[in-house]
Write a protein that binds this ligand. Sequence first.
Ligand code: ADP
Length: 156
Amino acid sequence: MSKIAVFPGSFDPITKGHEDIVKRSLPMFDKIIIAIGVNADKKYMFSLDERKEWISQTFRFEDKIEVSSYEGLTVNYCRKVGASYILRGLRNAEDFQFEKSIAQMNRELAPEVDSVFLVTHPEYAAYSSSIVRDILRNNGDVSKFIPSTIQLNDEF
Ligand code: ADP
C-alpha cells in the first residue's frame, strides 16, 4: 500500500521552513500532497493561485509531490485522497501544544489517519509566513526566508 501524506497549511507564502519539512519527509512517503486549506473566514495576503504556483515552482523536480487545495476538515480531505498521514512541522513549544490537541482530536475523528511531526531545522525555527508578510508590507527583502526558486518581491 502506498504511503500518502497530506501537508496541510496556509502557505501564505511558502517559506524555507516549509520547504525543509517537505524535503526531509520525502524519504518517508510515496506521495506528499501539499494541500492549501481554504478557510472562507480567513484573510490571505496572496491568492490561492499564487500560493499554489510558488509551491509548485519550489518542488518542480520532485515527482512525489502534488499541490492541491481543500475546504473543510483536514481528516475528511485525507480520506478523500487516501492519505494515512498528516505531516506538520514543529518550531517551538507553542506549536507543540497546539498541534498536540489538533492531532488528538483528529485521531478521534479519523483513527486511521495519523499525524507525523518533524522538528524544524534550527536555522528556520524563527521563520514564519506572518513575519514574511510583515516584511513585505514594509518593503523589506524576504529573499532569505523563502525558497530560492521563487521571487515574491517582484510583486511589490
Ligand atoms: P497553518 O495556518 O496551518 O499553521 P502554515 O502555512 O503557517 O499553516 O504552516 C503549515 C505547517 O508548516 C505547520 O505545521 C507549521 O507548523 C509548519 N511550519 C511553518 N513554518 C515553519 C518553519 N519555519 N519550520 C518548520 N515548520 C514550519
